[in-house]
Design a binder for this molecule. Structure first.
Ligand SMILES: *Cc1c(COP(=O)(O)O)cnc(C)c1O
Length: 388
């Protein structure tokens, strides 16, 4: 019998050394040594599978990759120094100059910058679609289209994209379907099951979950991962063994942490929805969410992010942020500590007002990354900042 998610997250480990340690040791080494000329030859020609140099592979990185691949139902993966390393490395491997890509309009800020500032250098053009316009996706396909790219739930609007429908469109037109699964984690959602070819994570967020290290990973089919691996090993955005060790330990507790994040988030979203100071609250597992049924279908729980709009616009948003005491004002998310941000003046300030509105960001909108503190303490902080 294949062990369940929680068991694999805990029991997948590198081999024990002669010391028979219980917890995986940290292999802080840049390279590995060989017995003789023949072993060196066999290793470099890949006849023999083993570690050579930590930019290529390292036992800690391999353990992290193995765990995430199992969790996502993928064959293999490549680890990167950050989520953006994974996003860029994946596109750079599979897109050629002159290609076209189709992306959901709401994507992570730096990913949006790749599309708008850097890809045009290689003549790579991006077309966008809105979450509720899946019908329009097929019309966007051109002769040179290579892939469809989405995040779900989106940041910061927590909209849901229909992964199964998009997977079918991608398959029909022989396009790569790439999903950034950072907001859901493989515990809540496994995009490969819905037809994704490659799944990307910023491990910096819920995978670490304690705001300590940066990391990224892409997983998928063996033959695609092989190409990605060669790109990654030659371009150097490798995950450090130390960060891989931290992340692999963190994955042991992913399921229990995410359970609590989701439990707290749902309670707070329900309470916020009752307040007259608030125009709307969005959380995938609130029945009022426009894609509630879809969220129920493709996710196990609603995730850690709640967004809401205060009455009173930008001023109310900034006032709320200034009144917050317990929660952190920080750019991270998916942390054990609750974090509040005002997207329109911070993470998404580089977007024009029209572009902000197109992805649901208004002046009074707050993004809440619900942490693991007691939900009553988080609530007390939110309510004093909202009502003051
Ligand atoms: C944070 C984030 C990234 C980038 O990850 P880093 O580890 O910060 O480089 C990419 N996608 C999403 C959805 C994110 O939230």
């Amino acid at each position: 019998m294949i062990p369940k998610f929680e068991t694999q997250a805990i029991r997948t480990q590198t081999e024990q050394s002669q010391f028979q340690e219980h917890s995986s040791p940290l292999y802080l080494t840049s390279s590995f040594v060989f017995e003789d000329a023949e072993e060196m030859r066999a290793s470099f020609s890949e006849e023999k599978e083993r570690n050579i140099y930590s930019r290529f592979s390292n036992p800690n990185t391999s353990e992290f990759i193995q765990k995430v691949s199992q969790m996502e139902g993928a064959e293999d993966g490549v680890a990167f120094s950050s989520g953006m390393g994974a996003v860029f490395g994946t596109f750079a491997t599979f897109l050629n100059a002159g290609d076209h890509l189709i992306s959901a309009r709401a994507v992570f800020g730096s990913t949006h910058s790749l599309f708008t500032k850097y890809f045009p250098k290689w003549n790579i053009e991006t077309s966008y679609f809105a979450v509720d316009q899946l019908d329009a996706v097929e019309d966007l396909i051109q002769e040179n289209t290579r892939c469809i790219y989405v995040e779900s739930p989106t940041n910061p609007g927590v909209d849901i994209l229909d992964l199964e429908a998009l997977g079918k469109i991608a398959k029909k037109h022989k396009l790569f379907f790439i999903v950034d699964n950072c907001f859901a984690t493989p515990y809540l959602q496994t995009p490969i099951q819905f037809g994704a070819d490659l799944v990307i994570h910023s491990a910096t967020k819920l995978m670490d979950g304690q705001g300590r290290v940066l990391g990224g990973i892409t997983v998928g089919k063996k033959e695609l991962i092989r190409e990605l691996y060669l790109f990654a090993r030659n371009t150097g955005a490798s995950l450090s063994p130390f960060n891989a060790w931290v992340l692999s330990k963190s994955l042991e507790t992913l399921s229990v942490r995410v359970d609590r994040h989701c439990e707290n988030a749902l309670i707070l979203a329900q309470k916020l929805e009752q307040l007259e100071e608030i125009n709307w609250v969005k959380y995938p597992f609130l029945p009022s969410h426009p894609q509630y049924e879809l969220a129920q279908k493709q996710m196990k729980q609603g995730g850690t992010i709640v967004s809401f709009e205060l009455k009173g616009g930008v001023e109310a948003g900034r006032n709320f942020i200034n009144k917050i005491q317990l929660c952190s004002l920080s750019a991270n998310l998916g942390d054990s500590r609750t974090i509040v941000t005002h997207p329109s003046s911070t993470t998404h300030s580089k977007l024009s007002t029209a572009d902000q509105l197109a992805v649901g960001i208004t002046g009074g909108m707050i993004r809440l990354s619900v942490g693991l503190e007691h939900q009553e303490d988080i609530w007390n902080d939110l309510i004093q900042a909202i009502t003051q």
